[in-house]
Design a protein. Structure first.
Length: 278
């Protein structure tokens, strides 16, 4: 019995020493607070910037009218087409719903400004115009000679998002919805008027229109803190086609010939952004 008591008593100093060492170790290397995983539910606002690649697909059309007989003849020619780059930057605001541990849905609106323009020199030879039974200027310029300056000045979207969380702080998403853009298109060309004496003149047509289309795309978003996230996003935007009257190419007693353009504007954007979550 005494042996048992002495054995138990001999453990007391060892237990006290272990407790002292454990306390000292915890004091020397404290465990910090675990960073909270962001809650994706709720409102957010942020900014984005990147590059935009603007594609212009154009058809140029002529309509010739004989003022005596009233007969008309028309012809359409492809071009000018171009692809140009622009800088894009803007803001976004939206709301997320995290429906389960892995799925997230939301709505978002964006407003962006674009900086960059397309400049093209475009000609249709007199031979090509006359082959289509149209009038043409032959001297001192050959056919339809024109210069085009075009740009998308601003872009706004209203779209839905659907995402999948591959990690509590990272999700991939697809998005799509309405797109609205401010499109500028300026064209100048050499025309001819004949009131007894053939005279060349410089014609110009300037337009600024708001065009409505759609956007689709996708991206990835990752949490930096419990309030701040970073994203990378790609969008395809189609602003549709617009018919633009350019004016009179030839005006003479034999005929009046007008020219117009049908322009289709498509945009590819690649942006990065920072978002603050409320």
């Amino acid at each position: 019995m005494l042996g048992t008591i002495r054995g138990t008593s001999s453990l007391a100093p060892a237990i006290g020493l272990f407790a002292s060492l454990s306390t000292a170790a915890l004091a020397a290397d404290p465990v910090g607070p675990v960073e909270a995983v962001p809650l994706w539910n709720g409102f957010y606002v942020g900014g984005h910037l990147g590059g935009a690649f603007v594609d212009w697909e154009t058809d140029t059309s002529f309509v010739a009218t004989n003022p005596v007989t009233g007969e008309t003849n028309s012809g359409t020619f492809p071009g000018p087409d171009s692809s140009d780059t622009a800088f894009i930057g803007g803001v976004h605001v939206g709301y997320n719903w995290q429906q389960s541990d892995n799925y997230l849905f939301g709505v978002e609106a964006t407003a962006s400004a674009l900086a960059g323009e397309s400049n093209d020199h475009y000609t249709i030879s007199a031979a090509s115009l006359t082959a289509a039974d149209l009038g043409a200027i032959t001297d001192p310029v050959d056919g339809f000679v024109s210069d085009w300056s075009r740009s998308v000045e601003w872009l706004a979207t209203a779209k839905a998002r659907a995402g999948y969380l591959i990690d509590p702080s990272v999700f991939l998403y697809v998005t799509g919805g309405l797109a609205v853009g401010g499109v500028r298109s300026d064209t100048s060309y050499t025309g001819l008027v004949d009131q007894g004496v053939p005279t060349l003149f410089s014609a110009s047509a300037n337009s600024r229109d708001t065009q409505v289309g759609y956007t689709v795309g996708g991206g990835a978003e990752a949490a930096l803190t419990d309030r701040l996230s970073i994203r990378a996003e790609y969008l395809f935007v189609d602003l549709g086609k617009a018919d633009r009257p350019l004016g009179t190419y030839i005006d003479s007693p034999c005929c009046a010939q007008t020219v117009s353009a049908n322009e289709d504007v498509r945009i590819h954007t690649v942006t990065i952004g920072l978002t603050y979550h409320f």
